[in-house]
Design a protein around this ligand. Structure first.
Ligand SMILES: NC(=O)c1ccc[n+]([C@@H]2O[C@H](COP(=O)([O-])OP(=O)(O)OC[C@H]3O[C@@H](n4cnc5c(N)ncnc54)[C@H](O)[C@@H]3O)[C@@H](O)[C@H]2O)c1
Length: 296
């Protein structure tokens, strides 16, 4: 079990949407919360709302695409809140532009914010968690990371979100001796600022804020009937429940969990069919445990 009450928590992208919901719920459950965001006013607004509800929170400024910005944010969090044992690496941005119409800097931005942002934020907080005797990293991935076909026109985003899942699963093994657990949160439709504000999140080094794109949230998978958008305050308790129980994954839409299971079952089935047919015709590859003769 990962206890939440009495711990210090940091939520990146805490100034809006899912991150705001997580920050408020963490405070309700007794955590001291650092609300980190690239938009300082939004971070302060959320921290102030938490304090007004009787919780403990501070605003932190951070651009997760900059290691030095993450380090400064972490140092400020440690100074104000004490050892941070709960990290919600949630900041993210999207793009609804076809891959070949994206600029190079846009591709870089989407990968940097969604994948490297989680990687670098996690790396910055892990040593402190280990020193404190343990902790939990919950990264916000996406259903677009588990089922890339579910959200079309999202190539770098899907790749980055799938990367987060690999990051969290592999890290869990490495961190087992240190009592640090990981969760990949895969939202599948949560009302947030992403539709209206996404373009404004682009840092200067990637071209600065851009006009807000006309985005349409529709599922590419026709077997998935609904694209319901839940409220952040309703999904946050589900996510914290998964964190409390050290679950590696949490979804928020039950029908998407079913779709995931069906899709991957058919992928695995197809792999085995092909492999068995190939090996029946060509033979089973021989092992080469020493690696001898592989290099000329
Ligand atoms: N809303 C959904 O349906 C949905 C679905 C799948 C995944 N997600 C993921 O959920 C996470 C939260 O998004 P949301 O839907 O709440 O959207 P949102 O736009 O409401 O929140 C995103 C937050 O991240 C912040 N941010 C953006 N770039 C940043 C940066 N470089 N450094 C620090 N902060 C930055 C923004 O200022 C904003 O406060 C994202 O990772 C997103 O990809 C959301």
């Amino acid at each position: 079990m990962t206890e939440i009450a009495g711990k210090a928590a940091v939520v990146t992208g805490g100034g809006s949407g899912i991150g705001m919901g997580l920050a408020r719920e963490l405070a309700r459950q007794g955590a001291r919360v650092g609300v980190a965001d690239i938009k300082p006013d939004n971070a302060e607004r959320v921290a102030a709302a938490i304090r007004a509800e009787g919780g403990e929170a501070i605003a932190l400024v951070c651009d997760v695409t900059e290691r030095s910005s993450i380090a400064a944010m972490r140092d400020a969090a440690l100074a104000a809140l004490g050892p941070v044992q709960l990290l919600f690496a949630n900041a993210g941005a999207t793009s609804f532009t076809p891959l070949l119409d994206m600029s190079d800097t846009d591709v870089d931005w989407i990968v940097q914010v969604n994948l490297m942002g989680v990687m670098n934020t996690t790396r910055a907080f892990l040593p402190g968690m280990i020193e404190a005797g343990g902790g939990h990293v919950c990264a916000t991935a996406s259903m677009a990371g588990l089922l890339p076909g579910w959200m079309p026109v999202h190539v770098p985003y899907s790749a980055a979100k799938m990367g987060i899942i690999g990051l969290m699963m592999n890290l869990a093994i490495e961190m087992r001796p240190h009592n640090v657990f990981t969760t990949s949160y895969c939202p599948g439709g949560v009302a947030s600022g992403m539709k209206a504000n996404n373009g404004s999140y682009r840092p200067e080094k990637f071209g600065g804020p851009e006009p807000v794109a006309e985005v349409q949230f529709t599922s590419g998978d026709t077997t998935h009937s609904s694209m319901a958008f839940y409220r952040p305050e309703d999904v946050a308790p589900m996510v914290l429940n998964a964190v409390r129980h050290n679950r590696p994954f949490v979804f928020d839409h039950a029908d998407q969990r079913r779709l995931f299971a069906e899709t991957y079952a058919s992928v695995v089935e197809a792999c085995y069919d092909d492999l068995e047919a190939w090996q029946a015709a060509n033979g089973v590859p021989q092992g080469n445990p020493t690696g001898a003769d592989l290099i000329d």
